[in-house]
Write a protein that binds this ligand. Structure first.
Ligand code: ADP
Ligand code: ADP
Length: 221
């Protein structure tokens, strides 16, 4: 599903990723942990095609057999919209739209049919336990509910891979635990792959694999 070989990233002459090798299988839930500044977010950005690694001949990145580094920007964004879902700590819901409208946006960008999309969005919200909030605006929802809407939005196009950067970072303990359970339920139901940067020890220990980053290296791949 994801193959990374010798991934390097340098910002302003400072190496931040110093040669990352990584294999992630379909349906795996992988947690990436490590101290602040270790390069976790940078790695996630590159794996999720939001950023590109340094150009090095000996490097390789494949996602679903595609090499995103070789695609132009338009093709990359199409690829991303079709194959990849994102969940961030700050979920950036659009305040003037309802929960269900927020969920549907990535599907409309991908020109999916409106009625089928709405049906799927309702199913997702139902699965996430917030179907009754479908018509609420973000400011009428709790933090945990907003994060669930963001998760539904990340899943609306049925991406093969979901990347999450501190998804439970601003949630209370119970909402965080619920969100984590959801990732596992979704994986079991849809065989989706999850790559999650987290400081949450419980989540890291529940994951199929816990990878530790330090100073630009992966310690245990
Ligand atoms: P982590 O997620 O483990 O906290 P990051 O990947 O966010 O680590 O950052 C790793 C290092 O790279 C930090 O020193 C950070 O300041 C630097 N860095 C990250 N993004 C940029 C950027 N866009 N420009 C310059 N430096 C960056
Ligand atoms: P961290 O605290 O680990 O640096 P942040 O929450 O600041 O994590 O964001 C992680 C990275 O994800 C940032 O580099 C940011 O630019 C990017 N990011 C956050 N939200 C989005 C989004 N909606 N779309 C694209 N990139 C995003």
């Amino acid at each position: 599903m994801i193959i990374a070989k010798n991934i390097r990233k340098t910002f302003n002459n400072t190496p931040v990723l110093k040669g990352i090798d990584l294999h992630i299988k379909k349906g795996e839930i992988v947690a990436i942990v490590g101290p602040s500044g270790a390069g976790k977010t940078t790695l996630l950005q590159i794996l999720s095609t939001l950023d590109k690694p340094d150009e090095i001949k000996e490097s390789e990145l494949r996602i679903n057999s595609i090499s995103p580094i070789e695609l132009n920007d338009k093709k990359i964004s199409e690829f991303r919209n079709e194959h990849i879902g994102f969940v961030f700590q700050f979920h950036q819901l659009l305040p003037e739209f309802t929960a269900i409208e927020n969920v549907c946006i990535p599907a409309y960008i991908g020109n999916k049919k409106a009625e089928a999309t709405k049906q799927r969005a309702l199913e997702l919200l139902d699965f996430l336990g917030i179907k009754n909030k479908a018509e609420s605006k973000p400011n009428q929802l709790s933090g945990g509910e907003q994060q669930r809407v963001a998760v539904a939005r990340a899943l609306i196009n049925q991406p093969a891979i979901v990347f999450a950067d501190e998804p439970s970072g601003n949630l209370d303990t119970e909402s965080a635990a619920n969100l984590h359970d959801l990732f596992f339920e979704l994986r079991d139901k849809f065989d989706q792959t999850f790559v999650i940067v987290t400081h949450n020890e419980k989540l890291a220990n529940m994951a199929d694999r816990k990878l530790t980053m330090r100073d630009g290296y992966l310690l245990n791949e």
